[in-house]
Design a protein around this ligand. Sequence first.
Ligand SMILES: Cc1cc2nc3c(=O)[nH]c(=O)nc-3n(C[C@H](O)[C@H](O)[C@H](O)COP(=O)(O)O)c2cc1C
Length: 394
Amino acid sequence: MDDIGKVFSPARLRALELRNRVIKTATYEGMSPGGVPSDALIRHHRDLAAGGVGMTTVAYCAVSPNGRTFKEQMYMRAEIVPKLRELTDAVHSEGAAVSIQLGHCGYFSRNTALPGRRSIGPSFRINEYGLMSGVPFARAMTMADIAATVEEFATAAALAVRAKFDAVELHLGHGYLLSQFLCPATNRRRDQWGGSLDNRMRFPLAVLRRVREQVGPDFPILAKTNLRDGFKGGLELEESIGVAQRLEAAGVDAIVLSGGFTSKTPFYLFRGARPLKEMIEVEKNRLQKLVLRFFGSRVIKEYPFHELFFLDQARAVRRAVRVPLVLLGGILSLDNLETAMRESFEFVAMGRALIADPDLINRMRRGEATRSRCTSCNKCVAEMDRNGVRCVLD
Ligand SMILES: Cc1cc2nc3c(=O)[nH]c(=O)nc-3n(C[C@H](O)[C@H](O)[C@H](O)COP(=O)(O)O)c2cc1C
């Protein structure tokens, strides 16, 4: 089979068979008002499934109310399982599988409902993200906090199974809680949860183990990790290879290779334009709006876009592990898909290209399209805070 044929051929993720190797990666939808999944969210994922992906991913679902970045975010609980079940049924009826990304924001929170208005993280710190919203500090997690959070991940995963998801994706990247533990700059602990990479991995691995116990041996667990955090003092490639090796040894089923730290290097995640004007428009907090207006271009660093922008770093991980890897980052064209297969990645994940063209995969398979119309304008990033994520080219 040639490389392009391989993209459209079925593949297994543990006991799960996917009809092809394209995964719609998590892009926060902004379609869960009051933290409850809406009909719009169901339509969004049904459209992606009908458009041909092998698996779609419901984006950031917090494992507990305190794991929310802001109050409106969805968090896993028994009350939303019936609505999630509608979503998984809708996706399955279109022949695709569906995963859900489970995460905890750690210190990166604006959630004023947090006890004492303090977020939690590996170490005490100023919470630059929540400062203007009245959540100025994060406190260092205690052993009891860590144990409770491990259980929250496990319970959330068990509820995901009940809602008939086909897989869960643990968020170990982008500067969220587990990524904060992995990052040397944000984890300054001197106990067994900080210091060496083995110590910094202890919490993410405890989560993986307990989630595995809850979901059973056949259920696929993916992890989204950072290749680099993208700033001095952050996680670097050499250690992120070690992260992948430890996840492989602990029995993860696939690793989605990403990068960037939302509170420090947000545009390292996607590259391309910074839609500052639109971000200011949708910002609800007045102070934050002012900061963005006057300092936005200085504090939010820009990274030029190029296709397959994580490929070079991802290759280094490919050489070091055998566990299935998902290549992500600037995948726009048939050529890009072909490259991913040729470079021995088992899966590809696409975000913006599929926000722009949910039916891209079917059209590529039928020979009607060779690339996405996405221009990396990144205005979809602002749209998710307006009326839900969408492509402004529509
Ligand atoms: C609008 C938008 C929302 C995003 N939300 C999430 C998210 O909730 N969780 C996550 O892991 N990544 C999120 N990302 C990052 C994407 O998953 C992906 O890593 C990034 O967009 C690069 O892939 P792409 O070049 O195919 O878009 C988001 C990206 C965009 C554009």
